[in-house]
Design a protein around this ligand. Structure first.
Ligand code: SF4
Length: 384
């Protein structure tokens, strides 16, 4: 069931309006990440990532079960991915930065799926060669962040179909059109590839178990807009004898304009990892803020960081240090800092961050093959 009401819309293909995350938790039937769960993260990881401390990862399915299993000596693996309809933007990096922390703290294998088939099937203007090219480009961003090749497997759907297809058809056989229509809102105008696609997105949640020959818990850090795919997948893989994947849901990084999230299909809504300094500067100078109508008013009344795209960029990506973030928030709210100064600070931070990332990204071109899935025939595991 897509979540839609007058104020906001959240589906796997569209996020629009001011998202009410409490409503989403109720509508999707997920659980809030509470203090007790944060304590379990703290206990096992030795610290809390800033995206957990700040409540950006705010909801989950079955993470307490994952920690129960971990405490019995059964580690988990990580899976998430990205639809390559364009270059990677900063919102995607947030997910990857958190996933890398999870991998380092929990020493687990990680599968990153690039759904070039999905973007081809759902975007009327994209050819398969375009999404395949973007998939390879997006993979460079994963490698540039420093994921270790020994523990990281990158899957490109159209390239690795031989490994995925035997599992995908087992998923597909258990999903009726009626279920797909109810969950994703399909109608007679959808092409049949779109209807089948969710079967492919389910596969990496069980691929590691299939490869090692026994069930391994899976944790998927993802934006809550992708929850619908896994509502279906969790039921189906359970029927196939695999563990249901656990989910860790994040909020979205709002776009640089008012309303909605960053989107690869709207270049000015986002900073992309390939943006040069002049483009970063132009986009951030035009970014929507929580500032007042004029400088005098802002000095008197202060700004509103809650609705400000500049502040959200600090909060999710560019300022992991809580004390520094609090200082910016306080200077904003009291009117001690105006938006021009604040934007210039972000322009500087983003340009430095992205220029270092771009260097690593170029070096990653020679390493891509080390990360790609090695094709093999999957074995079906029995339950532990
Ligand atoms: Fe946003 Fe900074 Fe302006 Fe506050 S001062 S509203 S955080 S840009």
């Amino acid at each position: 069931m897509p979540s839609g009401n007058e104020e906001f819309v959240v589906t796997p293909w569209e996020v629009r309006g001011k998202v009410d995350y409490d409503k989403l938790v109720k509508q999707f039937g997920t659980e809030r990440i509470d203090e007790a769960l944060l304590k379990r993260f703290q206990k096992h990881a030795g610290e809390l990532h800033y995206l957990l401390r700040r409540g950006i990862y705010f909801s989950h399915r079955d993470m307490n079960w994952v920690f129960d299993e971990l405490e019995k000596g059964h580690p988990f693996f990580l899976y998430n991915g990205r639809g390559p309809s364009g270059h990677t933007h900063i919102g995607h990096l947030t997910q990857l930065i958190f996933t890398k922390w999870m991998q380092e703290k929990f020493h687990c294998p990680y599968y990153f799926q690039l759904t070039d088939d999905e973007k081809f099937l759902f975007h009327p203007d994209l050819e398969l060669k375009d999404t395949q090219q973007y998939a390879r480009e997006n993979a460079l961003d994963v490698i540039a962040l420093g994921f270790k090749p020994a523990d990281t497997t990158i899957i490109i759907d159209s390239m690795h179909a031989r490994s995925l297809y035997p599992l995908a058809i087992q998923v597909a056989k258990r999903v009726t059109f009626s279920t797909a229509r109810a969950v994703f809102g399909f109608d007679n105008s959808n092409n049949i590839g779109q209807i089948f696609y969710t079967s492919f997105q389910a596969v990496p949640a069980i691929l590691h178990s299939a490869r090692v020959g026994h069930n391994v818990p899976c944790v998927i850090p993802l934006g809550i807009d992708q929850d619908a795919h896994f509502r279906v997948a969790r039921d189906v893989v359970d029927k196939m004898g695999y563990f249901k994947p656990a989910l860790l849901h994040s909020m979205f990084l709002p776009g640089l304009q008012e309303g909605g999230k960053m989107s690869a299909s709207d270049p000015d809504s986002s900073l992309f990892t390939v943006d040069p300094p002049a483009v970063i500067k132009r986009k951030l100078q035009n970014a929507f803020t929580g500032g007042r109508g004029n400088a005098a008013e802002q000095r008197k009344l202060g700004g509103n960081p809650e609705v400000c795209s500049v502040f959200w960029n600090y909060r999710l990506v560019f300022i992991p240090d809580d004390a520094k973030l609090q200082e910016i928030e306080q200077r904003c709210r009291t009117g001690a800092m105006l938006c021009g100064e604040c934007k210039n600070m972000l322009i500087d931070l983003a340009a430095k961050f992205l220029s270092a990332h771009q260097e690593k990204r170029e070096k990653a071109r020679d390493k891509l093959d080390d990360y790609l899935l090695k094709e093999e025939t999957a074995k079906k595991p029995s339950r532990r």
